[in-house]
Design a binder for this molecule. Structure first.
Ligand code: N01
Length: 540
Protein backbone atom coordinates (compact mmCIF):
# COMPACT_ATOMS: atom_id res chain seq x y z
CA UNK A 1 0.00 0.00 0.00
CA UNK A 2 1.29 3.46 -0.83
CA UNK A 3 1.13 6.66 1.16
CA UNK A 4 -1.91 8.88 0.61
CA UNK A 5 -0.99 11.88 -1.55
CA UNK A 6 -1.26 15.45 -0.26
CA UNK A 7 -3.90 17.99 -1.36
CA UNK A 8 -4.44 18.49 -5.08
CA UNK A 9 -4.78 21.75 -6.94
CA UNK A 10 -8.35 22.89 -7.71
CA UNK A 11 -7.89 22.32 -11.45
CA UNK A 12 -5.73 19.76 -13.18
CA UNK A 13 -2.66 20.96 -15.05
CA UNK A 14 -3.94 19.32 -18.23
CA UNK A 15 -6.86 17.12 -19.20
CA UNK A 16 -4.63 14.22 -20.12
CA UNK A 17 -1.09 13.00 -19.62
CA UNK A 18 0.29 10.70 -22.29
CA UNK A 19 3.37 8.74 -21.27
CA UNK A 20 5.73 8.11 -24.18
CA UNK A 21 6.32 9.96 -27.46
CA UNK A 22 6.58 7.00 -29.79
CA UNK A 23 4.11 6.18 -32.55
CA UNK A 24 1.30 5.50 -30.03
CA UNK A 25 1.79 8.53 -27.80
CA UNK A 26 2.07 10.99 -30.66
CA UNK A 27 -1.10 9.72 -32.30
CA UNK A 28 -2.90 9.81 -28.95
CA UNK A 29 -1.90 13.45 -28.53
CA UNK A 30 -3.26 14.26 -31.98
CA UNK A 31 -6.60 12.63 -31.22
CA UNK A 32 -6.95 14.24 -27.78
CA UNK A 33 -6.36 17.63 -29.31
CA UNK A 34 -9.15 16.96 -31.80
CA UNK A 35 -11.47 16.48 -28.81
CA UNK A 36 -10.43 19.95 -27.66
CA UNK A 37 -8.55 18.58 -24.67
CA UNK A 38 -5.26 19.82 -23.30
CA UNK A 39 -2.58 17.15 -23.11
CA UNK A 40 1.09 16.77 -22.45
CA UNK A 41 3.31 13.91 -23.58
CA UNK A 42 6.03 13.01 -21.10
CA UNK A 43 8.95 11.28 -22.79
CA UNK A 44 12.03 9.80 -21.10
CA UNK A 45 14.19 10.01 -24.23
CA UNK A 46 16.08 13.03 -25.50
CA UNK A 47 13.92 12.97 -28.63
CA UNK A 48 10.60 11.63 -29.89
CA UNK A 49 10.36 8.24 -31.62
CA UNK A 50 10.07 5.66 -28.84
CA UNK A 51 11.25 2.27 -30.08
CA UNK A 52 12.67 3.90 -33.17
CA UNK A 53 14.60 6.41 -31.09
CA UNK A 54 16.21 3.88 -28.75
CA UNK A 55 16.86 0.91 -31.06
CA UNK A 56 19.39 2.54 -33.38
CA UNK A 57 21.79 -0.41 -33.46
CA UNK A 58 23.48 -1.26 -36.79
CA UNK A 59 21.05 -2.97 -39.14
CA UNK A 60 17.90 -1.95 -37.19
CA UNK A 61 15.01 -2.15 -39.59
CA UNK A 62 11.30 -2.89 -39.47
CA UNK A 63 10.10 -6.40 -40.32
CA UNK A 64 6.75 -5.18 -41.70
CA UNK A 65 6.77 -3.56 -45.12
CA UNK A 66 7.13 0.21 -44.97
CA UNK A 67 4.02 1.03 -47.02
CA UNK A 68 2.08 -0.95 -44.44
CA UNK A 69 3.95 -0.03 -41.24
CA UNK A 70 2.89 3.59 -41.03
CA UNK A 71 -0.03 5.67 -39.80
CA UNK A 72 -3.23 5.31 -41.79
CA UNK A 73 -5.23 8.16 -40.25
CA UNK A 74 -4.25 10.78 -42.78
CA UNK A 75 -4.70 10.09 -46.51
CA UNK A 76 -2.64 13.23 -47.22
CA UNK A 77 0.24 11.89 -45.13
CA UNK A 78 0.02 8.60 -47.00
CA UNK A 79 0.38 10.43 -50.29
CA UNK A 80 3.15 12.83 -49.37
CA UNK A 81 5.59 10.57 -47.51
CA UNK A 82 8.05 8.60 -49.68
CA UNK A 83 9.47 5.35 -48.33
CA UNK A 84 12.72 4.45 -50.04
CA UNK A 85 12.97 0.73 -49.23
CA UNK A 86 10.68 -2.24 -48.94
CA UNK A 87 11.60 -2.51 -45.25
CA UNK A 88 12.37 0.84 -43.71
CA UNK A 89 15.57 1.30 -41.74
CA UNK A 90 15.48 2.77 -38.24
CA UNK A 91 16.80 6.17 -39.41
CA UNK A 92 14.10 6.40 -42.07
CA UNK A 93 11.30 5.50 -39.64
CA UNK A 94 12.63 8.08 -37.20
CA UNK A 95 12.60 10.68 -40.00
CA UNK A 96 8.99 9.71 -40.72
CA UNK A 97 8.02 10.15 -37.06
CA UNK A 98 9.70 13.57 -37.04
CA UNK A 99 7.85 14.50 -40.21
CA UNK A 100 4.52 13.49 -38.66
CA UNK A 101 5.28 15.43 -35.48
CA UNK A 102 6.06 18.55 -37.51
CA UNK A 103 3.16 18.16 -39.91
CA UNK A 104 0.63 17.88 -37.08
CA UNK A 105 2.44 20.34 -34.83
CA UNK A 106 2.82 17.77 -32.07
CA UNK A 107 6.18 18.74 -30.58
CA UNK A 108 4.97 21.72 -28.57
CA UNK A 109 3.14 19.39 -26.18
CA UNK A 110 5.98 16.91 -25.77
CA UNK A 111 8.26 17.20 -22.77
CA UNK A 112 11.53 15.37 -23.50
CA UNK A 113 14.05 13.95 -21.01
CA UNK A 114 11.17 13.53 -18.58
CA UNK A 115 10.65 10.05 -17.21
CA UNK A 116 7.43 9.35 -15.34
CA UNK A 117 8.35 7.76 -12.03
CA UNK A 118 5.02 7.68 -10.19
CA UNK A 119 1.31 8.18 -10.82
CA UNK A 120 -1.17 8.33 -7.93
CA UNK A 121 -4.96 8.46 -8.25
CA UNK A 122 -6.92 10.70 -5.96
CA UNK A 123 -10.37 9.19 -5.45
CA UNK A 124 -11.86 12.44 -4.15
CA UNK A 125 -10.95 14.76 -6.99
CA UNK A 126 -10.80 11.91 -9.55
CA UNK A 127 -7.44 13.19 -10.73
CA UNK A 128 -4.12 11.53 -11.38
CA UNK A 129 -1.02 13.13 -9.96
CA UNK A 130 1.90 12.21 -12.20
CA UNK A 131 5.44 12.69 -10.94
CA UNK A 132 8.57 12.76 -13.07
CA UNK A 133 12.24 12.18 -12.40
CA UNK A 134 12.79 15.87 -13.09
CA UNK A 135 10.80 16.67 -9.96
CA UNK A 136 7.76 17.93 -11.85
CA UNK A 137 4.19 16.98 -10.91
CA UNK A 138 1.42 17.12 -13.47
CA UNK A 139 -2.22 16.53 -12.56
CA UNK A 140 -4.70 15.22 -15.09
CA UNK A 141 -8.10 13.58 -15.38
CA UNK A 142 -6.81 10.95 -17.81
CA UNK A 143 -3.51 9.12 -18.16
CA UNK A 144 -2.65 7.12 -21.25
CA UNK A 145 0.34 4.83 -21.02
CA UNK A 146 1.88 4.70 -24.48
CA UNK A 147 5.05 3.27 -23.07
CA UNK A 148 5.69 0.64 -25.73
CA UNK A 149 5.69 -3.14 -25.81
CA UNK A 150 9.43 -3.44 -25.76
CA UNK A 151 11.01 -0.49 -24.03
CA UNK A 152 12.60 -1.85 -20.85
CA UNK A 153 15.84 -3.62 -21.81
CA UNK A 154 16.32 -6.87 -19.97
CA UNK A 155 19.29 -7.09 -17.64
CA UNK A 156 21.24 -10.07 -19.02
CA UNK A 157 22.28 -10.92 -15.48
CA UNK A 158 25.76 -12.12 -16.50
CA UNK A 159 28.26 -11.93 -13.64
CA UNK A 160 31.23 -9.62 -14.03
CA UNK A 161 29.56 -7.34 -16.61
CA UNK A 162 30.68 -4.22 -14.75
CA UNK A 163 34.29 -5.33 -14.66
CA UNK A 164 34.79 -5.29 -18.47
CA UNK A 165 37.25 -2.55 -19.42
CA UNK A 166 36.23 -2.41 -23.08
CA UNK A 167 33.05 -0.88 -24.51
CA UNK A 168 29.58 -2.27 -23.78
CA UNK A 169 26.39 -1.52 -25.72
CA UNK A 170 22.83 -2.81 -25.49
CA UNK A 171 20.98 -2.84 -28.81
CA UNK A 172 18.03 -1.08 -27.17
CA UNK A 173 20.16 1.73 -25.70
CA UNK A 174 22.42 2.39 -28.65
CA UNK A 175 24.29 5.71 -28.50
CA UNK A 176 23.32 8.48 -30.90
CA UNK A 177 26.90 9.03 -32.00
CA UNK A 178 28.58 6.71 -34.53
CA UNK A 179 29.95 3.46 -33.15
CA UNK A 180 32.85 2.04 -35.13
CA UNK A 181 33.79 -1.63 -35.02
CA UNK A 182 36.66 -1.32 -37.47
CA UNK A 183 39.64 -3.34 -36.34
CA UNK A 184 37.83 -4.41 -33.17
CA UNK A 185 37.24 -7.78 -31.54
CA UNK A 186 33.51 -7.82 -30.92
CA UNK A 187 31.07 -10.12 -29.11
CA UNK A 188 27.32 -10.18 -29.60
CA UNK A 189 25.33 -11.93 -26.89
CA UNK A 190 21.82 -12.86 -28.01
CA UNK A 191 20.36 -14.09 -31.27
CA UNK A 192 16.79 -12.76 -31.25
CA UNK A 193 15.60 -10.28 -33.90
CA UNK A 194 17.91 -7.50 -32.68
CA UNK A 195 21.02 -9.71 -32.71
CA UNK A 196 20.02 -11.21 -36.06
CA UNK A 197 19.88 -7.76 -37.64
CA UNK A 198 23.04 -6.43 -35.99
CA UNK A 199 25.32 -9.46 -36.47
CA UNK A 200 25.83 -9.28 -40.27
CA UNK A 201 26.43 -5.52 -40.18
CA UNK A 202 28.91 -5.75 -37.30
CA UNK A 203 30.63 -8.68 -39.04
CA UNK A 204 31.11 -6.43 -42.07
CA UNK A 205 33.24 -4.05 -40.01
CA UNK A 206 34.82 -5.94 -37.13
CA UNK A 207 38.22 -7.64 -37.18
CA UNK A 208 36.69 -10.61 -35.34
CA UNK A 209 33.13 -11.34 -34.23
CA UNK A 210 32.09 -13.96 -31.69
CA UNK A 211 28.36 -14.63 -31.39
CA UNK A 212 27.19 -16.11 -28.10
CA UNK A 213 23.99 -18.03 -28.78
CA UNK A 214 21.74 -19.61 -26.18
CA UNK A 215 18.74 -20.40 -28.39
CA UNK A 216 18.85 -20.23 -32.19
CA UNK A 217 16.05 -18.31 -33.93
CA UNK A 218 14.15 -19.10 -37.12
CA UNK A 219 15.53 -16.44 -39.47
CA UNK A 220 13.79 -15.78 -42.78
CA UNK A 221 15.30 -13.72 -45.60
CA UNK A 222 13.97 -10.14 -45.76
CA UNK A 223 14.73 -9.66 -49.45
CA UNK A 224 14.88 -5.98 -48.74
CA UNK A 225 15.39 -3.71 -51.74
CA UNK A 226 14.84 -0.13 -52.85
CA UNK A 227 11.24 0.61 -53.80
CA UNK A 228 10.69 1.53 -57.45
CA UNK A 229 8.95 4.85 -58.10
CA UNK A 230 6.37 3.07 -60.26
CA UNK A 231 5.40 0.55 -57.58
CA UNK A 232 5.10 3.30 -54.97
CA UNK A 233 2.85 5.30 -57.31
CA UNK A 234 0.74 2.22 -57.96
CA UNK A 235 0.48 1.48 -54.25
CA UNK A 236 -0.46 5.06 -53.45
CA UNK A 237 -3.22 5.00 -56.02
CA UNK A 238 -4.92 2.29 -54.01
CA UNK A 239 -3.84 3.40 -50.54
CA UNK A 240 -7.37 4.23 -49.29
CA UNK A 241 -8.62 0.79 -50.28
CA UNK A 242 -5.52 -0.86 -48.80
CA UNK A 243 -5.90 1.02 -45.52
CA UNK A 244 -9.53 -0.12 -45.26
CA UNK A 245 -8.54 -3.73 -45.84
CA UNK A 246 -5.69 -3.40 -43.37
CA UNK A 247 -8.02 -2.17 -40.66
CA UNK A 248 -10.34 -5.12 -41.17
CA UNK A 249 -7.53 -7.66 -41.35
CA UNK A 250 -6.54 -10.30 -38.86
CA UNK A 251 -3.07 -8.99 -38.14
CA UNK A 252 -2.83 -5.55 -39.69
CA UNK A 253 -1.42 -6.81 -42.96
CA UNK A 254 -3.42 -7.77 -46.03
CA UNK A 255 -3.21 -11.28 -47.48
CA UNK A 256 -5.36 -14.09 -48.78
CA UNK A 257 -5.89 -16.49 -45.85
CA UNK A 258 -4.90 -20.14 -46.32
CA UNK A 259 -7.65 -22.70 -46.64
CA UNK A 260 -5.97 -26.08 -46.09
CA UNK A 261 -4.04 -27.97 -43.46
CA UNK A 262 -0.32 -28.51 -44.10
CA UNK A 263 -0.97 -32.18 -43.49
CA UNK A 264 -3.47 -32.40 -46.35
CA UNK A 265 -0.77 -31.42 -48.84
CA UNK A 266 1.87 -33.90 -50.01
CA UNK A 267 5.53 -33.13 -49.45
CA UNK A 268 6.19 -31.80 -52.94
CA UNK A 269 3.26 -29.41 -52.73
CA UNK A 270 4.27 -28.26 -49.27
CA UNK A 271 7.87 -27.69 -50.29
CA UNK A 272 6.76 -25.63 -53.28
CA UNK A 273 4.54 -23.52 -51.01
CA UNK A 274 7.33 -23.07 -48.48
CA UNK A 275 9.87 -22.15 -51.18
CA UNK A 276 7.51 -19.48 -52.51
CA UNK A 277 6.97 -18.14 -48.99
CA UNK A 278 10.74 -18.15 -48.31
CA UNK A 279 11.29 -16.20 -51.53
CA UNK A 280 8.54 -13.71 -50.68
CA UNK A 281 10.63 -12.09 -47.97
CA UNK A 282 7.55 -11.67 -45.78
CA UNK A 283 7.75 -12.22 -42.03
CA UNK A 284 4.51 -14.20 -42.00
CA UNK A 285 4.87 -15.76 -45.45
CA UNK A 286 5.50 -19.26 -44.10
CA UNK A 287 2.86 -18.90 -41.42
CA UNK A 288 0.26 -18.16 -44.06
CA UNK A 289 0.87 -21.16 -46.27
CA UNK A 290 -1.50 -23.44 -44.34
CA UNK A 291 -4.18 -23.02 -41.69
CA UNK A 292 -2.60 -25.04 -38.92
CA UNK A 293 1.05 -24.02 -38.69
CA UNK A 294 0.43 -22.40 -35.32
CA UNK A 295 -2.05 -24.91 -33.99
CA UNK A 296 -0.78 -28.36 -34.94
CA UNK A 297 2.62 -29.66 -33.89
CA UNK A 298 3.04 -31.97 -36.87
CA UNK A 299 2.08 -29.22 -39.34
CA UNK A 300 4.43 -26.83 -37.59
CA UNK A 301 7.30 -29.31 -37.74
CA UNK A 302 7.07 -29.41 -41.56
CA UNK A 303 7.88 -25.68 -41.66
CA UNK A 304 10.50 -25.93 -38.93
CA UNK A 305 12.30 -28.67 -40.86
CA UNK A 306 12.07 -26.64 -44.08
CA UNK A 307 13.85 -23.72 -42.37
CA UNK A 308 16.49 -26.10 -41.00
CA UNK A 309 17.07 -27.43 -44.51
CA UNK A 310 17.63 -23.86 -45.68
CA UNK A 311 20.17 -23.30 -42.90
CA UNK A 312 22.03 -26.45 -43.95
CA UNK A 313 22.06 -25.27 -47.55
CA UNK A 314 23.53 -21.85 -46.64
CA UNK A 315 25.96 -22.56 -43.81
CA UNK A 316 28.97 -24.46 -45.10
CA UNK A 317 30.19 -25.95 -41.82
CA UNK A 318 27.70 -28.71 -40.87
CA UNK A 319 28.40 -28.40 -37.12
CA UNK A 320 27.69 -24.64 -37.21
CA UNK A 321 24.57 -25.22 -39.32
CA UNK A 322 23.39 -27.70 -36.73
CA UNK A 323 23.95 -25.25 -33.86
CA UNK A 324 22.04 -22.56 -35.76
CA UNK A 325 19.05 -24.86 -36.30
CA UNK A 326 16.17 -24.24 -33.88
CA UNK A 327 14.77 -27.41 -32.33
CA UNK A 328 13.57 -26.46 -28.87
CA UNK A 329 10.38 -24.59 -29.77
CA UNK A 330 7.85 -24.69 -32.62
CA UNK A 331 8.24 -22.32 -35.56
CA UNK A 332 6.79 -18.81 -34.93
CA UNK A 333 5.96 -19.42 -31.27
CA UNK A 334 8.72 -16.90 -30.71
CA UNK A 335 8.54 -14.08 -33.20
CA UNK A 336 10.52 -15.21 -36.28
CA UNK A 337 13.24 -12.85 -37.44
CA UNK A 338 13.70 -11.25 -40.83
CA UNK A 339 17.37 -11.17 -41.66
CA UNK A 340 19.73 -10.09 -44.39
CA UNK A 341 22.67 -12.45 -44.95
CA UNK A 342 22.29 -13.74 -41.40
CA UNK A 343 23.17 -17.40 -41.97
CA UNK A 344 25.80 -16.61 -44.63
CA UNK A 345 27.60 -14.44 -42.07
CA UNK A 346 28.68 -17.64 -40.29
CA UNK A 347 30.65 -18.66 -43.40
CA UNK A 348 33.00 -15.71 -42.90
CA UNK A 349 36.42 -16.71 -41.53
CA UNK A 350 36.43 -14.08 -38.77
CA UNK A 351 32.97 -15.00 -37.40
CA UNK A 352 32.64 -17.65 -34.70
CA UNK A 353 29.56 -19.10 -33.03
CA UNK A 354 29.66 -20.12 -29.37
CA UNK A 355 26.88 -22.40 -28.18
CA UNK A 356 26.01 -21.36 -24.65
CA UNK A 357 24.00 -24.54 -24.04
CA UNK A 358 27.18 -26.62 -24.11
CA UNK A 359 29.72 -23.95 -23.15
CA UNK A 360 27.97 -21.44 -20.88
CA UNK A 361 29.42 -18.09 -19.91
CA UNK A 362 31.04 -18.29 -16.49
CA UNK A 363 31.76 -14.60 -16.18
CA UNK A 364 32.58 -11.43 -18.01
CA UNK A 365 36.14 -10.49 -17.14
CA UNK A 366 38.00 -7.17 -17.42
CA UNK A 367 39.42 -8.45 -20.76
CA UNK A 368 36.49 -10.26 -22.29
CA UNK A 369 34.14 -13.21 -21.81
CA UNK A 370 35.05 -16.47 -20.11
CA UNK A 371 33.02 -19.56 -20.93
CA UNK A 372 33.62 -23.08 -19.67
CA UNK A 373 36.00 -23.39 -22.65
CA UNK A 374 38.20 -20.42 -21.82
CA UNK A 375 38.46 -16.64 -22.18
CA UNK A 376 37.83 -14.66 -25.35
CA UNK A 377 39.62 -11.30 -25.32
CA UNK A 378 37.39 -8.52 -26.65
CA UNK A 379 37.21 -4.80 -27.35
CA UNK A 380 33.42 -4.48 -27.50
CA UNK A 381 30.49 -6.47 -26.06
CA UNK A 382 27.04 -5.96 -27.56
CA UNK A 383 24.09 -7.19 -25.53
CA UNK A 384 21.19 -8.11 -27.80
CA UNK A 385 19.43 -9.73 -24.89
CA UNK A 386 15.92 -8.37 -25.32
CA UNK A 387 13.33 -6.77 -23.12
CA UNK A 388 11.03 -7.12 -20.16
CA UNK A 389 8.24 -7.01 -22.73
CA UNK A 390 4.67 -5.74 -22.48
CA UNK A 391 4.37 -5.33 -18.71
CA UNK A 392 7.87 -3.99 -17.98
CA UNK A 393 7.28 -0.40 -19.02
CA UNK A 394 4.13 -0.06 -16.93
CA UNK A 395 5.49 -1.77 -13.86
CA UNK A 396 8.58 0.44 -14.05
CA UNK A 397 6.27 3.28 -12.98
CA UNK A 398 5.04 3.32 -9.41
CA UNK A 399 1.32 3.39 -10.22
CA UNK A 400 -1.04 3.75 -7.28
CA UNK A 401 -4.77 3.37 -7.86
CA UNK A 402 -7.91 3.49 -5.76
CA UNK A 403 -7.44 2.76 -2.06
CA UNK A 404 -3.66 3.04 -2.39
CA UNK A 405 -3.35 -0.29 -4.20
CA UNK A 406 -0.39 -0.41 -6.56
CA UNK A 407 -0.33 -1.87 -10.07
CA UNK A 408 2.66 -3.96 -9.02
CA UNK A 409 0.52 -5.57 -6.31
CA UNK A 410 -2.43 -6.10 -8.65
CA UNK A 411 -0.20 -7.65 -11.31
CA UNK A 412 1.95 -9.74 -8.97
CA UNK A 413 0.69 -12.95 -10.61
CA UNK A 414 0.56 -11.46 -14.10
CA UNK A 415 -1.25 -8.58 -15.82
CA UNK A 416 -5.01 -8.17 -15.26
CA UNK A 417 -7.15 -5.89 -17.34
CA UNK A 418 -10.23 -5.61 -19.54
CA UNK A 419 -9.69 -5.60 -23.32
CA UNK A 420 -6.00 -5.04 -22.65
CA UNK A 421 -6.94 -1.40 -22.09
CA UNK A 422 -7.70 -0.76 -18.40
CA UNK A 423 -7.16 -2.44 -15.04
CA UNK A 424 -9.70 -2.54 -12.22
CA UNK A 425 -8.96 0.01 -9.51
CA UNK A 426 -7.02 2.32 -11.83
CA UNK A 427 -9.75 4.60 -13.20
CA UNK A 428 -9.18 6.77 -16.27
CA UNK A 429 -5.80 5.06 -16.83
CA UNK A 430 -5.57 3.55 -20.30
CA UNK A 431 -2.83 1.53 -21.97
CA UNK A 432 -1.94 1.40 -25.66
CA UNK A 433 -0.34 -1.81 -26.96
CA UNK A 434 -0.30 -3.25 -23.47
CA UNK A 435 -0.52 -6.86 -22.28
CA UNK A 436 -3.56 -8.99 -23.13
CA UNK A 437 -4.20 -7.05 -26.34
CA UNK A 438 -3.21 -8.20 -29.85
CA UNK A 439 -0.34 -5.65 -30.12
CA UNK A 440 2.81 -7.73 -30.61
CA UNK A 441 1.07 -10.40 -32.69
CA UNK A 442 0.05 -7.78 -35.26
CA UNK A 443 1.34 -4.91 -37.32
CA UNK A 444 1.45 -2.55 -34.35
CA UNK A 445 0.94 0.52 -36.53
CA UNK A 446 -2.61 -0.73 -37.13
CA UNK A 447 -3.18 -1.95 -33.57
CA UNK A 448 -2.12 1.30 -31.99
CA UNK A 449 -4.50 3.31 -34.14
CA UNK A 450 -7.38 1.01 -33.21
CA UNK A 451 -6.65 1.35 -29.49
CA UNK A 452 -5.96 5.08 -29.54
CA UNK A 453 -9.21 5.64 -31.41
CA UNK A 454 -11.15 3.46 -28.95
CA UNK A 455 -9.65 5.32 -25.98
CA UNK A 456 -10.42 8.67 -27.59
CA UNK A 457 -14.04 7.70 -28.24
CA UNK A 458 -14.32 6.44 -24.68
CA UNK A 459 -13.05 9.73 -23.26
CA UNK A 460 -15.43 11.63 -25.57
CA UNK A 461 -18.28 9.48 -24.27
CA UNK A 462 -17.42 10.35 -20.67
CA UNK A 463 -17.23 14.05 -21.44
CA UNK A 464 -20.41 14.08 -23.53
CA UNK A 465 -22.32 12.40 -20.71
CA UNK A 466 -20.93 14.45 -17.86
CA UNK A 467 -19.13 11.43 -16.37
CA UNK A 468 -15.88 11.74 -14.45
CA UNK A 469 -14.64 8.22 -14.09
CA UNK A 470 -14.37 4.93 -15.94
CA UNK A 471 -13.16 1.86 -14.10
CA UNK A 472 -13.27 -1.87 -14.81
CA UNK A 473 -15.46 -4.39 -13.02
CA UNK A 474 -13.37 -7.17 -11.44
CA UNK A 475 -15.64 -9.75 -13.15
CA UNK A 476 -14.96 -8.31 -16.61
CA UNK A 477 -11.27 -8.34 -15.87
CA UNK A 478 -11.35 -11.98 -14.77
CA UNK A 479 -13.36 -12.92 -17.87
CA UNK A 480 -10.92 -11.14 -20.15
CA UNK A 481 -7.91 -12.85 -18.58
CA UNK A 482 -9.60 -16.24 -19.01
CA UNK A 483 -10.52 -15.45 -22.59
CA UNK A 484 -6.99 -14.41 -23.55
CA UNK A 485 -5.60 -17.56 -21.90
CA UNK A 486 -8.16 -19.73 -23.66
CA UNK A 487 -7.33 -18.24 -27.09
CA UNK A 488 -3.62 -18.82 -26.45
CA UNK A 489 -4.25 -22.39 -25.35
CA UNK A 490 -5.69 -23.15 -28.81
CA UNK A 491 -2.28 -22.37 -30.29
CA UNK A 492 1.27 -23.64 -29.91
CA UNK A 493 2.44 -20.27 -28.52
CA UNK A 494 2.54 -21.31 -24.85
CA UNK A 495 4.96 -24.12 -25.78
CA UNK A 496 7.87 -21.70 -26.17
CA UNK A 497 9.95 -20.03 -23.47
CA UNK A 498 9.69 -16.57 -24.96
CA UNK A 499 9.08 -12.96 -24.08
CA UNK A 500 5.47 -13.60 -25.21
CA UNK A 501 5.08 -15.67 -22.04
CA UNK A 502 7.41 -13.69 -19.78
CA UNK A 503 9.77 -16.68 -19.65
CA UNK A 504 12.78 -14.59 -20.69
CA UNK A 505 12.78 -12.59 -17.44
CA UNK A 506 13.70 -14.57 -14.32
CA UNK A 507 10.88 -14.46 -11.76
CA UNK A 508 8.29 -12.98 -14.15
CA UNK A 509 4.92 -14.76 -13.89
CA UNK A 510 4.39 -17.10 -16.82
CA UNK A 511 1.31 -15.82 -18.64
CA UNK A 512 0.73 -15.64 -22.38
CA UNK A 513 0.78 -11.87 -22.71
CA UNK A 514 -1.07 -11.25 -25.98
CA UNK A 515 -4.58 -11.71 -27.33
CA UNK A 516 -4.24 -14.40 -29.99
CA UNK A 517 -7.74 -14.12 -31.48
CA UNK A 518 -6.76 -11.68 -34.23
CA UNK A 519 -7.02 -7.93 -34.53
CA UNK A 520 -10.26 -8.15 -36.54
CA UNK A 521 -11.99 -10.07 -33.78
CA UNK A 522 -10.46 -7.92 -31.07
CA UNK A 523 -11.64 -4.76 -32.83
CA UNK A 524 -15.14 -6.21 -32.96
CA UNK A 525 -15.02 -7.10 -29.26
CA UNK A 526 -13.90 -3.57 -28.35
CA UNK A 527 -16.56 -1.99 -30.56
CA UNK A 528 -19.28 -4.24 -29.14
CA UNK A 529 -18.32 -3.21 -25.62
CA UNK A 530 -18.47 0.48 -26.56
CA UNK A 531 -21.77 0.11 -28.44
CA UNK A 532 -23.24 -1.65 -25.42
CA UNK A 533 -22.51 1.36 -23.21
CA UNK A 534 -19.09 0.08 -22.13
CA UNK A 535 -20.09 -3.29 -20.77
CA UNK A 536 -17.67 -4.61 -18.19
CA UNK A 537 -16.66 -1.08 -17.29
CA UNK A 538 -18.04 0.98 -14.42
CA UNK A 539 -18.88 4.57 -15.37
CA UNK A 540 -19.69 7.24 -12.83
O1 N01 B 1 15.10 -9.86 -27.93
P1 N01 B 1 14.75 -11.44 -27.79
P2 N01 B 1 15.31 -8.98 -29.24
N1 N01 B 1 22.82 -14.93 -21.84
O2 N01 B 1 14.22 -11.59 -26.41
C1 N01 B 1 19.40 -14.05 -25.51
C2 N01 B 1 11.13 -6.98 -31.71
N2 N01 B 1 12.15 -6.61 -32.67
O3 N01 B 1 15.71 -7.63 -28.81
O4 N01 B 1 16.19 -17.16 -26.29
C3 N01 B 1 22.79 -15.31 -23.12
O5 N01 B 1 13.95 -11.91 -28.90
C4 N01 B 1 18.14 -14.82 -25.73
O6 N01 B 1 18.35 -16.19 -25.57
P3 N01 B 1 17.11 -17.15 -25.11
C5 N01 B 1 10.62 -8.35 -32.10
O7 N01 B 1 9.26 -8.44 -31.78
C6 N01 B 1 11.73 -6.36 -33.92
O8 N01 B 1 16.19 -9.66 -30.21
O9 N01 B 1 16.49 -16.46 -23.93
N3 N01 B 1 21.82 -15.01 -23.98
C7 N01 B 1 17.82 -14.39 -27.16
O10 N01 B 1 18.60 -15.08 -28.08
C8 N01 B 1 11.47 -9.22 -31.23
O11 N01 B 1 10.94 -10.51 -31.02
C9 N01 B 1 12.64 -6.04 -34.87
O12 N01 B 1 17.74 -18.43 -24.79
C10 N01 B 1 20.81 -14.28 -23.52
C11 N01 B 1 18.25 -12.93 -27.16
O13 N01 B 1 19.19 -12.79 -26.12
C12 N01 B 1 11.58 -8.41 -29.98
O14 N01 B 1 11.70 -7.08 -30.43
C13 N01 B 1 13.99 -5.99 -34.56
C14 N01 B 1 20.76 -13.85 -22.18
C15 N01 B 1 17.09 -11.99 -26.90
O15 N01 B 1 16.17 -12.10 -27.93
C16 N01 B 1 12.74 -8.72 -29.09
O16 N01 B 1 13.89 -8.94 -29.89
C17 N01 B 1 14.37 -6.24 -33.28
C18 N01 B 1 21.81 -14.20 -21.34
N4 N01 B 1 21.84 -13.83 -20.06
C19 N01 B 1 13.46 -6.56 -32.34
N5 N01 B 1 19.60 -13.15 -22.01
C20 N01 B 1 12.18 -5.78 -36.23
O17 N01 B 1 11.22 -5.10 -36.51
C21 N01 B 1 18.98 -13.14 -23.21
N6 N01 B 1 19.71 -13.84 -24.11
C22 N01 B 1 12.93 -6.42 -37.27
Amino acid sequence: MAATPGPLPAAPTVDAVVVGAGLSGLYQLHRLRELGLTAVVLEAGADIGGTWYWNRYPGARCDIESMSYSYSFSPELDQEWQWSERYASQPEILRYIHHVADRFDLRRDVMLRTRVSRAVYDGTSHLWRVRTDTGRTVTARFVILATGCMSVPKDPGIPGADSFTGTVHHTARWPREDVSFTGKRVAVIGTGCSGVQAIPVIAGEAAALTVYQRTPAYVLPARNRPLRASEVAEFKARYPEFRRAQRLSRGGTVFAPPTRSALEADEAERTAAYEAAWDSGLLNGLLRTYTDILTDEAANETVAEFVRSKIRSIVTDPATADLLSPRTFPFATKRPCLGTDYYATYNLPHVRLVDLRTTPIETITPRGIRTTQGEQVLDVIVFATGFDALTGSQLAIDIVGKGGVTLRERWAAGPRNHLGLMSAGFPNLFTVLGPLSPSVLTNIAVSLEQQVEWITRCIAHLLDNGLTEIDVSPEAEADWGARVAELAARTLYPAADSWYTGANVPGKPRVFLAYAGGLDRYREECDTVARGGYTGFVLS
